[in-house]
Design a protein around this ligand. Structure first.
Ligand SMILES: Nc1ncnc2c1ncn2[C@@H]1O[C@H](COP(=O)(O)OP(=O)(O)OP(=O)(O)O)[C@@H](O)[C@H]1O
Length: 253
């Protein structure tokens, strides 16, 4: 079975700062893959490399069997054109800590935007899907609200619906609940749990250890640009093997 994401010796530097120092990992289709680690360990950078928002400096990164950002011919790698990268990116939904909705568009317009503008889909088709997606994230009644008229948790659920509107095969979540008031976190995690149950492949950078334990199929603890420990979330969270993992978990659990 082709891995949905495969990283082989991935390195990334920003100038002299060596951020990812040889990441090897595999995410299977339908897997909920949780990524945890201290601030600055490179989790967001790794996510951004997966959809080529950042270029890696060494190693290989594949999504669904395709090299990210490059085409291989013989031994040589050729960088993809921007238009080719954009085409690949359509398959990957990304949800950020800050919801990044378009402020001048209603919830439903936000969800319809990419299918209409990027895929050239008919508005009626995009609207029907957006209605279904807003219903799925529990926001049918807020379709005509602007982001400023929604709570943070509601905005984040619209952001998830917006990412799903492109019918991605992979969803990347970068700390989707860490900017939310505690009472709004549960609804967002419920939507993510539902997606997991439907078999969406997800990589989730999170500080929500309860979610990782209950919903995650795999968990990686990253520190200082390396994978320190990985395994089933229950095993890593209850019986960490490495001192760095133990020390991190003692602070967050
Ligand atoms: N565009 C950039 N230019 C220079 N340095 C960067 C850039 N993006 C990230 N970094 C640096 O890379 C390091 C890793 O950042 P990253 O956001 O990947 O960490 P993280 O593990 O996701 O942390 P957090 O949990 O705080 O989001 C940090 O030291 C950060 O300052």
């Amino acid at each position: 079975m082709t891995a949905m994401v495969k990283a082989e010796g991935v390195h990334k530097s920003f100038g002299p700062a060596h951020i990812l120092k040889g990441i090897d990992l595999e995410v299977a289709p339908r897997e909920v893959f949780c990524l945890i680690g201290p601030s600055g360990s490179g989790k967001s950078t790794f996510l951004r490399c997966i959809n080529h928002l950042e270029q890696i400096n060494a190693g290989r990164l594949y999504v669904d069997g395709d090299l990210v950002g490059y085409r291989q011919k013989g031994d040589k790698l050729y960088e993809l054109k921007d238009s080719e990268v954009a085409l690949k990116r359509r398959d990957i939904g990304m949800v950020f800590q800050r919801f990044n909705l378009f402020p001048h568009m209603t919830a439903i317009e936000n969800v319809m935007e990419a299918p209409v503008q990027v895929k050239g889909e008919a508005k009626a088709v995009a609207r029907a899907r957006a209605e279904r997606l807003l219903d799925r994230v529990g926001l049918s009644d807020k379709a005509r609200n602007y982001p400023s008229q929604l709570s943070g948790g509601q905005q984040q659920r619209v952001a998830i619906a917006r990412a799903l509107a492109m019918e991605p095969k992979l969803m990347l979540f970068d700390e989707p609940t860490s900017a939310l008031d505690p009472e709004l976190v549960g609804d967002v995690l419920d939507v993510m749990r539902g997606l997991a149950e439907e078999g969406m492949t997800m990589i989730v950078v999170t500080h929500e250890m309860g979610f990782a334990r209950e919903v995650g199929d795999a968990l990686v603890f990253m520190d200082d640009g390396v994978v320190v420990e990985s395994g089933h979330p229950r095993d890593v969270l209850t019986n960490p093997q490495h001192d760095r993992t133990k020390s991190f978990l003692s602070k967050v659990l």
